[in-house]
Design a protein around this ligand. Structure first.
Ligand SMILES: [Zn+2]
Length: 335
């Protein structure tokens, strides 16, 4: 379903977005052609099919295997900003799977130059602001996460704002990463974590105990009313990703998703795409889904958009500038 003009014109920020997961099949084909690997779109699209969460993690890894050098990373960053402009996403905080780069023994500092070239060109051409969040793969263990966080700390002066952990929660609970998070906090990095995506509420409690400032997904929080109360009381931003949860099978049916329940219980909710290229979604599609499936009014959606700026890691002045743009769109523009 096409998004309404209100949703399209609403100024939005996106806070849970993986650069590698934003690669569309067409761009992946282009990356392969650059490597002299002939192929068809149909072949590439096969990579984007999987049956469950672990299958999705494998597909994500397979997509990263076509990223070779700084130029590849520059291209996908630029394409992402181009896409965000179309969605009227004015600011994005973008995960880079630095853990995967290190595992593949890539020279990350060289890759980072490509990322920054893409960001600067994209910001200039599309006016979209971007901050980086470096993501560690939790099943690679706390030592690897520490390496990722140290690289993040060394690039803090270059738009790297925070760190996170993603991957298979069941293989590596948050408690393992206490020292790495304490280190990152000490370096002035902002803290996020995927939690309650493919594990229960205890994983979200664990993330809170690490001092994280935003929770990625929190899909399973509703099993624990005390936790929901805590998230509401502390106004911990939740990065909800509707289509992602359905596509990975973490949520069986859209009707089972706790999005509306969280909103009604006063949680600070934001809407996100997670991996728009891999899930064939966009941020406007996620807003539309919230309206169609969960009866969010335009006023509610504006509140979610407001949350996306408030919960960002931008400075106070930048937040205010974006919020003024958000308030400029009339509420009654609904089709
Ligand atoms: Zn994610």
């Amino acid at each position: 379903m096409a998004a309404t003009s209100f949703i399209r014109s609403l100024a939005k920020a996106e806070l849970h977005l993986h650069l590698e997961g934003s690669i569309t099949p067409a761009t992946l084909l282009e990356l392969r052609e650059r490597q002299g690997k002939p192929g068809t779109l149909a072949e590439v699209e096969c990579l984007y099919r999987y049956g469950d969460f672990i299958g999705f993690l494998m597909a994500f890894k397979a997509v990263t295997e076509d990223l070779h050098d700084a130029d590849d990373y520059e291209l996908i960053t630029y394409r992402l900003l181009e896409q965000l402009k179309r969605e009227n996403v004015l600011h994005a905080e973008v995960y880079v799977s630095v853990g995967v780069c290190l595992w593949r023994k890539q020279d990350f500092f060289s890759i980072f130059e490509g990322l920054e070239r893409g960001r600067k060109r994209g910001e200039q051409d599309f006016g979209v602001s971007l901050l980086w969040i470096f993501d560690a793969v939790r099943q690679f263990g706390p030592g690897r996460a520490q390496e990722v966080f140290e690289i993040a700390a060394s690039l803090r002066h270059r738009k790297v704002v925070g760190v996170g952990i993603g991957g298979d929660e069941q293989k590596a609970p948050p408690e393992l990463f206490r020292a790495a998070y304490a280190y990152a906090a000490g370096q002035g990095l902002r803290l996020t974590a995927h939690a309650g995506e493919n594990a229960g509420a205890e994983s979200i409690w664990g993330a809170l105990n690490l001092g994280v400032e935003r929770i990625g997904h929190a899909l399973t929080a509703y099993h624990d009313p005390e936790l929901v109360e805590e998230l509401a009381k502390r106004q911990i931003p939740v990065e909800a990703c509707l289509t992602s949860n359905l596509r990975t099978g973490c949520c069986a049916r859209i009707a089972d998703h706790p999005l509306r329940q969280y909103f009604d219980q006063g949680l600070m909710l934001t809407l996100n795409t997670d991996d728009p290229g891999m899930f064939h979604t966009s941020l406007t599609a996620e807003y539309q889904l919230a309206q169609t499936q969960f009866a969010f009014s335009n006023e509610h959606l504006r509140e979610l958009a407001r949350n996306s700026f408030e919960a960002s890691f931008l400075g106070a002045e930048s937040k205010l500038q974006f919020l003024n743009l958000l308030d400029a769109v009339p509420l009654r523009n609904s089709n």
